[in-house]
Design a protein around this ligand. Structure first.
Ligand code: AMP
Length: 318
């Protein structure tokens, strides 16, 4: 059976559906989750659909999570969007459902769920959800279109990253035809607080850049505290090195309250996800995350970035 048909068969056979997404959500996690919720509510008005996950810091303009009880999972269908592996699913109660479905666009390193629908060729999970909806004749409302558009914009860096294809733009165009204020939405997606603006200045000033175009900056607890910025707000500075000439790949090392480091890895044109996998993480070729237990491991990771960039630049030249 066609996988989309299989998903609809499952959706049709359940009265209650709970949609989860990943921890530390970004606009694509929320956009795909809440966008799917809107679509299911509109097209299956007799079903109860919940969006589940921890509070969404800084993304409240997209929507809110529902408060659910454990009992809501009894005999219910769970759908998880935009989440590569079970360890990253926000709210462990996803396990309490009767069946579950994975809908994602990350490399399928952990194919969890009764139905696994992963397409790594789409820019974002929001693009995938929109495509499923359009291809199957489902109706969208303004809010569903707004949410999915936000997810696509967020994950493509406003249509900048190479994951943006003609198909992405065609879907964005269809979504944009709905009556929502896309300009206001984009401004909101891009908006930064004054402390984050000042931290951006710090990143520009303190970025270490090697001769091949590998770069890093270390944001210790002390530095974060001095700017009054929390971990979740660092998403706004992760793309900064990509705007600088000759930089190919970089890491933003963000210390956590327990002293360890969350490492946000990015490549402009050189994959970094193999480095992430070696350090307790994963993700897309050009956008991944890793974990470092101390400064020694941070240095190791930076060395690995320097190696892949050095090799990449050399291959390009020879
Ligand atoms: P981030 O820097 O947190 O925005 O992460 C970029 C991408 O890397 C996300 O799309 C995630 O899929 C992936 N990622 C980040 N952290 C991890 C992790 N610990 N394990 C697996 N994938 C991760």
């Amino acid at each position: 059976m066609n996988i989309e048909k299989e998903i609809f068969k499952k959706i049709e056979s359940y009265d209650r559906i709970l949609i989860h997404r990943h921890m530390r959500p970004d606009p694509d996690a929320i956009g795909s989750q809440l966008g799917l919720k809107e679509i299911l509510q509109k097209n299956f008005p007799n079903k109860t659909v919940f969006a589940v996950g921890t509070k969404i810091e800084g993304l409240d303009y997209l929507g809110q999570m529902d408060v659910v009880e454990d009992a809501d999972y009894e005999g219910a269908l769970v759908i998880v969007t935009d989440t590569a592996n079970t360890a990253r699913i926000s709210d462990e109660r996803y396990k309490l459902g009767r069946e579950w479905i994975k809908i994602d666009h990350h490399p399928n390193d952990e194919p969890y769920g009764d139905v696994v629908y992963v397409d790594t060729n789409v820019s974002s999970c929001s693009e995938l959800v929109a495509r499923i909806a359009f291809d199957n004749g489902l109706e969208l409302n303004e809010n569903a279109a707004r949410l999915l558009y936000a997810g696509i914009v967020g994950d493509t860096g406003r249509f900048l990253y190479p994951s943006t294809t003609a198909a992405t733009l065609a879907i964005a165009s269809k979504l944009r035809a709905f009556d929502f204020d896309a300009s206001a939405l984009l401004r909101k997606v891009e908006e930064i607080s004054i402390p984050v603006a000042k931290l951006s200045g710090y990143v520009f000033q303190n970025l270490e850049i090697d001769e091949n175009g590998a770069a890093r900056v270390i944001l210790t607890n002390e530095i974060m505290k001095s700017f009054g910025v929390e971990d979740y707000e660092t998403s706004a500075v992760v793309s900064i090195p990509g705007s600088i000439e000759n930089i190919h790949a970089w890491g933003i090392f963000v210390q956590q309250p327990n002293g360890k480091f969350r490492v946000r890895l990015r490549g402009k044109d050189i994959p970094v996800n193999e480095i992430a996998k070696r350090h307790n993480g994963g993700g897309h070729p050009l956008a991944s995350g890793a974990n470092a237990k101390d400064m020694v491991e941070c240095d190791e990771i930076y060395k690995e970035i320097q190696e892949v960039v050095g090799r990449g630049v050399k291959n390009e030249l020879t």
